[in-house]
Design a protein around this ligand. Structure first.
Ligand code: DGT
Ligand code: MG
Length: 370
């Protein structure tokens, strides 16, 4: 007599770029727990442990239904013994002691707080922690601490930029950017990328790709945009990074290296009356909100690669690159796709072209929430 598997799941690929991951996460109890571990390993710069747990969490996010028993984990890729033990404990006790210990750990709590400030990464956070600092007010009133320009803005606008940005706010920001960019050139197009392109209702910032169809015409676009925002009195912070594309040779193996496009990281003042669906709140002290905005200007011939690279999720991007390298002997980054077998660059006008070069089924942006 044959017995059927308890819960037959379709075969799941080890690569996020071969899975469709919507925002509908049926295994949030488990992925939330794993994300605490990941964050804690990021704080201690344990890259190896991060990789394993990130892949495991990403596999769980892609599943079409909740894991109902331990047997459901059989045959799933990327679930190491540590992950399985955590899932098992959550099944049995409702929570994981390893995760609970981290959540109540003073160092974890403090680093989470410090790194929630724009411009403060794990290294700086750890430095402040080792000096005995535990609260943002303590950092701010410590005379021996020199904040850089980015961190100073991070503290100044902390209340606003630590709050999520809504889709309606992102749209309103888009209208402002579109308006100021079109003063520079009427042929500028603007595309919302990042989490909002993947269908998220809230984000930590708003990411846009700006593009001009005529090659070379994009020089000077961001300085002009920044200048106009300043003149309108709505520029609260700007960090302009000029293009370093000349130094770029071919895709690098390292995901975390930033791309070479002209880009800027901004904080803008968004008048709340410009936000659709906004209702006057008489108790509110201000009629504006500070919002983090990233603008990126890729040259036209890189546009599809930039769009794919800036749409995320970060885990989806990592797995696309890993897939390209290990399964196709190709190097992918935000600028290009390079075939190491033929030593050629593969051109692409659209994201679909890039998936086709890689021999992958096309994955829609809202299915990239890996
Ligand atoms: P959010 O803003 O928290 O809702 O989430 P996302 O997915 O919009 O994340 P965000 O804004 O940090 O970045 C958007 C995408 O841009 C991200 O999925 C990948 C790309 N990106 C951002 N920073 C880097 C980086 O340092 N290196 C590379 N290669 N790509 C990056
Ligand atoms: Mg974003």
């Amino acid at each position: 007599k044959k017995t059927l598997p308890a819960n037959p799941l379709p075969t799941v690929s080890q690569y996020a770029c071969q899975r469709r991951t919507t925002l509908d996460n049926h295994n949030k109890v488990f992925t939330d727990a794993l994300e605490v571990l990941i964050e804690n390993y990021e704080f201690s710069d344990n890259k190896g442990a991060c990789v394993g747990f990130r892949r495991a969490a990403s596999v769980l996010k892609s599943l079409p239904k909740p894991l109902r028993c331990l047997k459901d984990m059989e045959g799933l890729p990327c679930l190491g013994d540590d992950t399985k033990a955590i899932i098992e404990e959550i099944y049995e006790c409702g929570s994981s002691s390893r995760v609970e210990n981290i959540l109540s750990d003073e160092k974890y709590q403090t680093l989470k707080l410090f790194t929630s400030v724009f411009g403060v990464g794990p290294k700086t956070g750890d430095k402040w922690y080792r000096r005995g600092l535990r609260a943002l007010e303590q950092v701010h009133s410590e005379p021996s601490i020199q904040l850089n320009k980015m961190q100073a803005a991070g503290f100044l606008y902390y209340e606003d930029i630590s709050k999520p940005v809504s889709r309606a706010e992102a749209k309103a920001v888009g209208c402002i950017i579109e308006e100021v960019a079109s003063c520079f050139s009427s042929s500028v197009t603007i595309t919302l990328t990042g989490g909002f392109r993947r269908g998220k209702e809230f984000g930590h910032d708003v990411d846009f790709l700006l593009s001009i169809p005529e090659p070379g015409k994009e020089d000077g676009l961001l300085p002009a945009v920044i200048d106009r925002l300043r003149k309108q009195g709505i520029l609260l912070y700007s960090d302009l990074q000029e293009s370093t594309l000349q130094q770029w040779k071919r895709p690098s193996r390292c995901f975390d290296s930033m791309d070479h496009f002209q880009k800027c990281f901004l904080i803008v003042k968004l008048w709340t009356r410009l936000v659709e669906g906004h209702r006057e709140d008489p108790s509110s002290r201000r009629d504006w909100k500070a919002v983090r905005v990233d603008l990126v200007v890729p040259p036209v011939d890189c546009y599809a690669f930039a769009l794919l690279g800036w749409s995320g999720s970060t885990q989806f991007e990592r797995d696309l690159r890993r897939f390209a390298r290990l399964e196709r002997r190709m190097l992918l980054d935000n600028h290009a796709l390079y075939d190491k077998t033929t030593n050629t660059f593969l051109q692409a006008k659209t994201e679909e072209d890039i998936f086709a070069h890689l021999g992958l089924d096309y994955i829609e942006p809202w299915q990239r929430n890996a």
